[in-house]
Write a protein that binds this ligand. Sequence first.
Ligand SMILES: [Zn+2]
Length: 280
Amino acid sequence: MKKCKFCNSNLEKKINTFNFKLLKSNGIFYHCLKCKIFINFKISKEKIYTKNIKNLNVSNKNFLYYLKSIFFLIFYLRIKPFFPFNKNIILDFGSGSGELTNLLGFFNNKTFATDFEFNRYNYSKKIKFIKSKNLFNKNNNNKFDMIIMRHVLEHILDFERLINKLKKLLKKKSGTIVIEVPNYDSIWNKILRGNWPGYFYPYHHYVFSEKFLKKQLIKNGLKLIKINKAEPPIFGAFFYSIGLSRNLSRLLSVICYPIQILVSKITFKSEALILFVKND
Ligand SMILES: [Zn+2]
């Protein structure tokens, strides 16, 4: 029987989830009731992060693109009070398609981005790309006022190792790490079960609870400044997982978003957690 690698208890409960790579329901997460986490141990043998990141040319900057920009602007305004200075050096670790990175670059004087792949066309000219091997190289002298990891940590099997490497890149006293992850206690997890996009199998290795993540971060020498709740839209991925087309799923996601927020807010079980931590 599988054991939890954090508390060593037997993992009896399995959750069958949708597999977003193979587009069928064959994903497995284990549930540690003691730690309050879901774990996916499986390491994919093939490369699961494919190379063809889409270009954001003018023609696909549609209504949904601008809606997404508003969403990221709200995220930016929420993290802004935690910037130590007016002009900051920022790292967007796991920058993905770059929308948030561009926004960070627009408001700050130096913004770096790190990811597996980097499509220059998606990023504004101000953004500097730094490969993770150079970032963690001993000769790298870049220190950051803020490191942002938005929906990244749940992808990393050895997330504690990553946290320890990243905290060394913070400016000693002023630097902050911002971590956003799906919430174990999400109400929509209970409703949608294996089709809840928070599992996002095989890409996600964990679904963290507030209690667990707090404890692990403190254990790794970080000081918790604040925890916020967030409501990233989930219904696009949900409708896609039940067989609807990508475009229709996106449209329905926008329509369902007010209902998603309402249910999350009245039950006090938000979709995502945002943690602000500093070096202890
Ligand atoms: Zn455990």
